[in-house]
Ligand binder design. Structure first.
Ligand code: ATP
Ligand code: MG
Length: 509
């Protein structure tokens, strides 16, 4: 055995022994076994935290050939009726591709499993779990199309979501707190419905929450994670090796199986991250993070962010209770509490009222996910055109647009009415649709004209409004004078019955 192999042997022995210990004893053991050798300690700790590792990694010696962990599928490759067109991302269990379902002529996201399915039994369990997840039917839960296998490759075909993950959103352009809480509320709704069907998510984290075009939240990877953890071994060690423990509940970190209350803890961690702009338990490595999860209480979010209310701080603390029985009793209750925070019962219990008021006060919600409605649901599609002569494409509100690009809106309402589009800045309000100013015939759908992004970078605030009756106040096209401006702003804040509205904010550079 050469020195490198000998060194590996030592590392391997320490890691294997460490994995047999409980979390709290493991840290002391690793410290003792690596005392005086910082490099060894670092190597052991990094192996222990390695997010890509699976329970079988220990059998793969770093000397000699290592099997590639993921198998990349190139565009044009076919799997059953799917033709792969693009890679969407990769995670702990596999790679997600954009594909076209040739049979049904629709897009799909294919999750190709690479670290699972080593035995027949594991694959059967995986299939069973995909089926359980596919039984869930909720607007905030991703739709699973099928579980398939072609050319010995296992995959899950699911609804393709055009949008961003919450992880990306938090990292890149965190929107204002009110909007983040709306995402959390929809997430809680999704989980409450899954819990009612007896399915625990077990791997709730920002990377598994997507915000689709138009603002609808979709929770991903239901039950899939559960199976991954059960295949072979459901111990803490396995959980630890499956990925980052940031959102793991203390009881799970200590080896118990996750139940619905572990999802409540995970959503608590996410809410904390939203409100405090930092994670509640963050150690320098996975072990240190786990120790904090088990032993430490993070500072309250209202002591970190003045925009966070006491009510929100109390709620988050209650989700993060160490003992599952001390947490909020159910996800349904968490969803209700978030609803209360977003719209206190106060004078009028309509959600849009507070949302509208706080939107104006806080300088606005972003990414078009706020809906103000007392009328039928309003739907819109955003079309953009990059260059004259180029084909318009279906854009997402979360896209970044450039000066000179054009956009227009297709608007739909469940019942005929009058559509208006306004732009709003701190200084004024302008009506950009309808341009003629005439109260048109009531319609169920309409397409606006094209608008061009100007040279001033920033957020374009665009109000899309539907009204049962024509509204004199906003019928006149162009910039409003002072009194009309005030009147329109007042209307947007307290949208009367028979109206529906949505605020889109388009980022442009
Ligand atoms: P984990 O394996 O622990 O779930 P992860 O969530 O980061 O980790 P994946 O679930 O494999 O990884 O997803 C990888 C990325 O692929 C996601 O972050 C997302 O950007 C993209 N993605 C996944 N599913 C879809 C989907 N249905 N539609 C569009 N994009 C998706
Ligand atoms: Mg995922």
């Amino acid at each position: 055995m050469g020195p490198e192999a000998e060194r590996w042997q030592v590392v391997r022995e320490i890691v294997e022994s460490a994995l047999e210990l409980s979390t709290d004893r493991r840290i002391a053991y690793v410290a003792e076994a690596t005392v005086g050798d910082a490099e060894l300690a670092a190597e052991v700790n990094s192996l222990l935290e390695s997010a890509e590792a699976t329970a079988t990694w220990i059998d793969r010696s770093p000397i000699g050939k290592v099997q590639p962990f993921t198998q990349e599928l190139a565009p044009g490759r076919r799997l059953a009726q799917y033709e792969i067109t693009d890679k969407l991302g990769a995670g702990g269990m596999g790679v997600v591709y954009l594909a076209k379902d040739e049979r049904l002529d629709r897009l799909a996201a294919l999750k190709v499993l690479t670290s699972l399915g080593e035995t027949e039994e594991e694959r059967r369990r995986f299939a069973r779990e995909a089926r359980a997840a596919s039984a869930l039917n909720h607007p905030n839960i991703i739709t699973i199309y099928e579980y398939g296998c072609a050319d010995e490759i296992d995959f899950i075909a699911m609804e393709y979501i055009r949008g961003v993950t919450l992880a990306q959103l938090l990292k890149q352009h965190p929107p204002p707190l009110a909007e983040l809480l709306e995402i959390a509320r929809q997430t809680a709704k999704a989980l409450a419905s899954a819990h009612a069907a007896g399915i625990v998510h077990r791997d709730l984290k920002p990377a598994n929450i997507m915000i689709a075009d138009g603002g609808l939240v979709k929770v991903l990877d239901f039950g899939i994670a559960k199976l991954a953890r059960q295949s072979g071994d459901s111990s803490t060690e396995h959980n630890l090796l499956m990925g980052t423990p940031t959102y793991m509940a203390p009881e799970v970190a200590q080896g118990e199986t996750a139940d619905a209350r572990a999802d409540i803890f995970a959503l608590g961690v996410i809410l904390y991250e939203m409100a405090a702009k930092r994670r509640p338990f963050q150690g320098k490595d996975a072990m240190a993070t786990l120790t904090k999860i088990v032993n430490e209480d993070p500072p309250r979010v209202d002591s970190i962010n003045p925009a966070a209310t006491r009510q929100l701080a109390d709620l988050i603390a209650k989700c993060l209770a160490k003992k599952p029985e001390a947490r909020l009793p159910s996800m349904t209750e968490l969803a209700e509490k978030l609803e209360d925070i977003l719209a206190p019962a106060a004078t009028q219990s309509r959600r849009w009222l507070l949302a509208g008021a706080s939107a104006l006060a806080a300088g606005g919600l972003t990414l078009g996910i706020s809906r103000w409605t007392t009328g039928p649901a309003l739907r819109y599609e955003l079309e953009a055109q990059k260059e004259p002569g180029q084909l318009p494409y279906r854009a997402a509100v979360t896209d970044t647009f450039r000066a000179g690009w054009k956009f227009r809106l297709r608007l739909y309402a469940a019942q005929p009415g009058f559509f208006y589009v306004l732009t709003e800045t701190a200084n004024d309000v302008a009506v950009i649709y309808p341009l003629s100013g005439e109260a048109a015939q009531p319609a169920g759908a309409t397409v606006t004209g094209w608008y061009v992004f100007d040279q001033t970078p920033g957020m374009e605030r665009v109000w899309v409004i539907w009204s049962e009756k024509p509204r004199e106040l906003i019928a006149k096209p162009g910039r409003a004078d002072q009194t009309r401006d005030a009147g329109i702003r007042n209307l947007l804040t307290r949208l009367p019955a028979g109206m529906a509205g949505e605020l889109l904010q388009l980022r442009h550079v």
